[in-house]
Ligand binder design. Structure first.
Ligand SMILES: [Zn+2]
Length: 449
């Protein structure tokens, strides 16, 4: 076991815990809960009230007038953007903080960054390498905000500092610290706006050669044949092989690394600001994409280990960053796109190729998009594979708290927990139902409490 603090974190609803504060004590006693990360589904932060000064400078304050771009505005639901937006009543959050302090539970603040909100704020949105906004066809995977806008980033940093000074919290688990999920094909070619080009120059990347590499890759993709893909299946091509196969000059790799470094730089700045303001014991981290596709979403674990205080995820499966399902998620978008560009390509061959690119070729996964969406997937096996890679690809420098979705089938919950224990991670971040006694028992048993 590592020297890192063991944590059992509950990714919970602020409103729920405010209403049922006794759930904290129950979870502390039954599963050894140490920490909560509350989020309000109304404002998408933990429920912070932005200070007047922050709100006055806020770039997203006019969201209520953007109903055409954000229809949920009419129900009072805030758009998922960066930082803290004004006008939210923090009474429920204050109740949650009091409840935590009373029984010795840590509380991590939650707010969003870049992977959403570009559809509501096109003026701050990511732009792809062709100079276009992201394709709205992929909206469910996120239409992101550019991560290099100085004004937004400095203001977001000030939001974090403002919150850590005014609320009695133990640090942050920030959300959306990523590019859109790689199922969003157009998101892979972003952000290439002018601010990001400046950032490339500052960080020592040759934007022009990355752009040429991406253009060349794009052209090669358009000449791909079914025969080439079949030959690739024969030799078990992985993603990196596939890039060389298409004659990549490392421009694509350089691009992916550049994108990841941009995000890590921001995270480092945010963490430094928070810890300067409130002390080094305030932790700062985020959820990350699972290892198989992390780099495609902007996460280079080595950079993240240097820039944050822990690694965690959002959920085990389902949703945009479900650890077990990101490869199958992206396959549902990549396979139809491949079929469109490769004449006569069979969907099953496209899917098998994609599984293989990300190390899932040996799992008996559905060979149709309808199958991925409709059949049951080997979730525990897929999840275990990601946790194994997480452990193998990290240095041990910071603690690992993989996401465990523990509110469904108890047997599946047991398998997910077992994967975490078998790999000697430092705890887990749970989504769970505090009234689901059978599942709580499973957690207790597997983690040996
Ligand atoms: Zn940009």
């Amino acid at each position: 076991m590592s020297e890192h603090p063991q944590r059992f974190i509950w990714f919970c609803s602020t409103e729920y815990v405010a209403q049922y504060p006794d759930s904290l004590k129950k979870l502390r006693d039954e599963i050894g809960l140490t920490t909560i990360m509350p989020e309000s589904s109304v404002c998408h932060t933990s429920g912070f009230r932005a200070s007047d000064e922050i709100a006055q400078r806020g770039p997203f304050e006019d969201w209520r007038s953007r109903e055409a771009l954000w229809p949920k505005a009419k129900d009072g639901i805030y758009p998922p953007v960066a930082g803290t937006v004004g006008g939210f009543d923090d009474t429920p959050l204050l109740r949650v903080i009091d409840a935590c302090r009373e029984i010795g539970i840590e509380i991590w603040g939650h707010l969003g960054l870049w992977s959403y909100g570009g559809d509501v704020y096109p003026e701050y949105a990511m732009v792809d390498i062709f100079g276009k906004p992201l394709d709205m066809r992929y909206k469910q995977w996120g239409i992101g905000l550019c991560p290099s806008r100085k004004r937004i980033n400095e203001w977001t940093r000030d939001c974090l500092v403002d919150v850590i000074k005014r609320y009695d919290i133990d640090g942050f688990d920030v959300d959306h610290a990523r590019y859109p999920a790689p199922a969003n094909l157009s998101g892979l070619f972003a952000c290439a706006c002018e601010s990001c080009q400046d950032e490339a120059l500052r960080l020592g990347y040759d934007f022009h050669s990355m752009k040429e590499g991406l253009f060349q890759f794009h052209r090669a993709l358009n000449h791909l044949t079914q025969e080439q893909l079949l030959a690739g299946l024969e030799v078990n091509l992985n993603f990196w092989d596939f890039l060389s196969y298409l004659g990549d000059n490392y421009g694509v790799l350089e691009w992916l690394k550049f994108r990841a470094v941009v995000l890590a730089e921001r995270m480092r700045e945010f963490r430094d600001a928070v810890q300067r303001a409130a002390g080094p014991e305030k932790v700062f981290g985020s959820d990350v994409f699972p290892p198989s596709i992390a780099l495609l979403g902007g996460h280079l674990y080595a950079e993240w280990e240097a820039a944050t205080d822990y690694l965690t995820g959002g959920s085990s499966f389902g949703g945009v960053v479900g650890w077990a399902t990101t490869v199958t998620n992206l396959a549902t978008e990549w396979a139809p796109a491949l079929c469109q560009i490769v004449p006569g390509l069979n969907e099953g061959i496209a899917l098998q190729t994609i599984y293989q690119l990300f190390g899932y070729g040996d799992l008996a996964l559905p060979l149709s998009v309808a199958g991925i969406q409709g059949e049951s997937l080997p979730l525990s096996e897929m999840y275990r594979r990601e946790v194994t890679k997480l452990k193998a690809l990290t240095s041990g420098r910071i603690p690992l708290y993989p996401p465990v979705s523990a509110s469904g089938d108890p047997e599946l919950a047991r398998q997910l927990c077992t994967a975490v224990v078998d790999h000697e991670c430092d705890g887990a971040l749970f989504t769970l139902n505090p009234e689901g006694d059978e599942n709580l028992k499973v957690i207790r048993e597997v983690f040996g409490r």
